[in-house]
Write a protein that binds this ligand. Sequence first.
Ligand code: GLN
Length: 470
Amino acid sequence: MPLYSSLSEKQELIRKGNLSLTVNVRDFLSRIEQIKDVNAFLAVFPEKSVESAIEIEKKIISGKHGKLAGLVVGVKDVLALKNEIMTCGSAILQNFSPVYDATSVRKLIEEDAIIIGKTNCDEFAMGSSNENSAYGNVKNPYDHSKVPGGSSGGSAVAVSAGLCDAALGTDTGGSVRQPASFCGILGLKPTYGAVSRYGLTSFASSFDSVGVFANSIEDIFAIHDVIKGFDELDSTSVVSENSYCHDESRPLRIGIPVEYFDEGLATEIRHSAERIIERLKELGQTIIEVSLPNMRFAIPAYYILTTAEASSNLSRYDGVRFGLRTEKDGLLSSLYADTRSGGFGREVKRRIMLGTYVLSKGYYDAYYQKAQKVRRIIREDFLHVFNEVDLLLTPTTPTTAFNIGEKSENPLEMYLSDIYTTSVNLAGLPALNFPAGKDQNGLPFGLQFIAPYFCEDLLIKAVQLLNSDS
Ligand code: GLN
């Protein structure tokens, strides 16, 4: 395990000659090799990362380096890295290489981070357990018979198992926070639009956001600070500053939404939340019970809207423009069907069908339009409580990591594992998972803070506050 607990410490050790960045990168590479069976990486770049390490080490020593110099990062394989295969966990993109970097990835590289590899994920980021990757499932480092969470399972495992310092993931309905919870690390889902989606393969464009996994809160902050901001290549990205997040002269008002503490929540997670609430009170913060009455509609609305968007986004994989092309009988008319039938996995097909159905004439008003209205009222619920509180504290997941195979035959049960995360994406708010304890089997779980739009700083502050007490 590394000698440092944050990037600034790492840079200090390198500067003083107490740590060699090259050795550090080689250590990560050999650990990746050693525990290969967790299947966290789909591609590793040994030569390139060692080359970068040599160069960046010199920069750190000379004091002329980028903000993230020496940070070793894994990137979820739905984000483009120029000239490297990007599969999105799908067979349909098995031979596809993008010709540009995603903006978030480019910004990391420009600040001297080292990209060590591309991480495994559920196909097109659809899933909650990382069992939907065409390249095999990912295993939870705490117990190899358990799932790591999904869809950014590879990124979460890479950070949790010490295979890199930090990782990028994406969160459409919980895919950063849920695996972060199952793997015992920090995971930030930023405000929708805070980080550019350019170069991120679209799943549900009005939900997708690029988030960060790390072990230290400073690193989460440093990385988010680098990747955020307006990008002219993504018209939904915005300048993400908000100076009205919290009046420093009074304690934080933290809302506890009653709907998140229902009977589906595991007792150990409930008890841990209660302990943390007590601690926040001891630290002088104000705790207020609040209600988000329409929370129960979040899962149905999320699965209607995201499948609708996915069915449209995924129509581009037709065997002509990207990746795989299959023509079994040599006739052009079968090219679309053969490519898509062979290239997409079961969950992706299920979602394309669901999405096509809810958008079809005669059902559009009943499903798609209705779900849009539900989305609006969920957003209004949040806006309403944020008149009263600065932040919300909730569980991230109802349970700890479940067994591999346990829910894979039952999509509805699988979808319910996102019960505490999807509402945040429907509203487009930022949220941060932080480790909050372990169950009796030693499996970790987290809780999440949810903040108003562009108040990522407040999430970080809240976690720092809790850390300062421990
Ligand atoms: N588990 C959710 C889904 O399957 C969320 C996925 C995500 O955030 N990418 O859609």
